[in-house]
Design a protein around this ligand. Structure first.
Ligand code: TYD
Length: 228
């Protein structure tokens, strides 16, 4: 989690989430966007899920080590929900209230895609957990990075080096293909909130696409902040 300083905008900050399958380049793009918003003198906070607060980071260790999987899909989903509850309450909401723009690497759509579409956890259970953990909090913008699965998995493997794949990286190719489809469906179902971005280009080109999406939706008067 990192915070940049700058002029505080009036009112509540904006909540921007990044989603996508493995190796789609979310963390690179979040960093680039945070730098650009910082240059525009907006205060930003970069955070991630699962994790982002001390309590949630403990839960992150539990789920990514595979320990949560032993409990079964519903209980594993509860662990993600418990982590989110702490993160929202102690980090995201306080930052938004102070006018900070919060950039979050994964959020509730990850639960819908990984545990819902792929893990077969019933939508009713996911909705109930969401009501408890995030209530009315909804991202102002969700950037979904879309990349052919083989390329994403190769990137994730290169990043990992000789390390062991985590709980989800170790799933089969069909799982990751399903994930890509699940994210495309989320983007199609909620076009007002979500933008599907082609991530199969160099990082600066993708960053340009992300910036245009954000500018068009959250900075309706571009001259008031920065030019593209
Ligand atoms: P991470 O190392 O942060 O990977 P990535 O770079 O892909 O974001 O691992 C987070 C993993 O947790 C990732 O595989 C997706 C998964 N996840 C869920 O299954 N459900 C969730 O609600 C969240 C937030 C993450």
């Amino acid at each position: 989690m990192s915070e940049t300083t700058g002029q505080r905008p009036s009112g509540r900050g904006r909540f921007i989430t990044f989603e996508g399958g493995e190796g789609t380049g979310k963390s690179t793009q979040i960093k680039k966007l945070a730098d650009r918003l910082g240059a525009a003198r907006l205060r930003t906070l970069v955070t991630r899920e699962p994790g982002g607060s001390p309590g949630a980071e403990i839960m992150r260790h539990l789920v990514l080590s595979g320990m949560g999987k032993l409990l079964g899909p519903d209980a594993e989903t509860l662990l993600f929900a418990a982590a989110r509850d702490d993160h929202v309450r102690t980090v995201i909401e306080p930052a938004l209230k102070q006018g900070v723009w919060v950039l979050c690497d994964r959020f509730a759509d990850s639960t819908r895609a990984y545990q819902g579409s792929l893990g077969s956890v019933p939508a009713g259970l996911i909705n109930a957990m969401q009501r408890v953990t995030i209530g009315d909090l909804k991202p102002d913008l969700t950037i979904i990075l879309d990349l052919p699965v083989e390329i994403g998995l190769a990137r994730a493997a290169a990043r990992r080096g000789s390390g062991t794949p985590d709980r989800f990286e170790g799933e089969k190719l069909a799982f990751h293909q399903g994930l890509c489809e699940a994210y495309r469906k989320i983007a199609a179902d909620e076009p007002a909130r979500c933008v599907l971005i082609d991530a199969n280009s160099d990082p600066d080109t993708v960053a340009g696409r992300v910036w245009i999406a954000l500018r068009d939706r959250l900075l309706p008067t571009p001259a008031s902040v920065v030019s593209a």
